[in-house]
Write a protein that binds this ligand. Structure first.
Ligand code: GEK
Length: 244
């Protein structure tokens, strides 16, 4: 279904929430809003195939409808591992369940309705935070990353995808190009501006340096930028030396 949530003028734009109306249009919304999303998902499959281990868990934190969960499951192939998807939106997770049930890949998938800040991480070979960390208050981010790193097997990988911010003048350049991307995908100026208002104080961006520094402080040995399109990036954080 097409995302028309912000197509009409709203008397008051409330804070963005992952409710039923968003769950219904989510695949269309994220594809048309996030430059690189449709590239990043298949790359998560490749990364999971390279870093996934027998006897391990692969976590998808903030799994939404399960696009990254399924990419990790396919990447895991016939390995003896379990994929664990967590999201705190019932609306998103119930649709995710349908997508997982409709898929026949081998690795078992557990879906958990809950807050990723409360989720224990154990024996992880791959963890994905695909555009999820940005929705946590910045003060909660270091502890989550430390929990992930502590629960990761040596040689494990975290995929961290985020919308980021820059110093001026780069911020304005990247932001205008992102809006051009949205316009080219059929969003009107009204939709772009109302969505932007709804995300204020809900999606909090940080710079690439802040992310990298925090990953190293959490215990990761490497934080490699593997993807960027405008103000959207994905980082591969490795526990251990950088080796394939
Ligand atoms: C994908 N990774 O398609 N605990 C659990 N879930 C949360 C929390 C939290 N504290 N905060 C937010 N979420 C997906 C896309 S969307 C990104 C991820 C976006 C969940 C929230 O309910 C939503 O489903 C997801 O994180 C963020 O690859 O919409 O830009």
């Amino acid at each position: 279904m097409q995302d028309r949530i912000y197509a009409q003028p709203l008397s008051e734009v409330s804070g963005f929430a992952f409710d039923e109306s968003v769950a219904r249009v989510f695949p269309d919304m994220i594809r048309r809003s996030v430059p690189g999303y449709t590239t990043i998902i298949p790359m998560i499959e490749l990364i999971a195939a390279r870093y996934g281990r027998d006897g391990s868990h692969l976590y998808d934190l903030g799994c939404s409808l399960g696009a990254s969960t399924l990419a990790m499951r396919h990447g895991a192939g016939s390995r003896d591992c379990t994929i664990i998807g967590i999201d705190n939106s019932e609306a998103m997770l119930s649709q995710c369940r349908d997508y997982i049930d409709a898929d026949s890949a081998a690795a078992p998938v557990e879906l958990i309705l809950g807050d990723i800040r409360q989720q224990p991480i154990e024996k992880a070979s791959v963890v994905t935070l695909n555009f999820t960390l940005q929705f946590l208050p910045p003060e909660d981010r270091p502890e989550l990353l430390k929990t992930i790193c502590d629960g990761m097997l040596p040689g494990g990988a975290l995929i961290l995808s985020e919308k980021i911010c820059f110093d001026e003048p780069e911020q304005s350049v990247q932001e205008v190009l992102h809006h051009d991307f949205k316009r080219a995908n059929g969003y009107s100026d009204l939709e772009i501006s109302q969505k932007r208002t709804s995300l204020e104080n809900v999606l909090i961006t940080e710079s690439i340096d802040t992310h990298r520094k925090r990953l190293l402080e959490a215990g990761f040995n490497q934080a490699l930028l593997w993807y960027q399109c405008f103000n959207f990036v994905s980082i591969l954080a490795l526990k251990g030396p950088a080796k394939p």
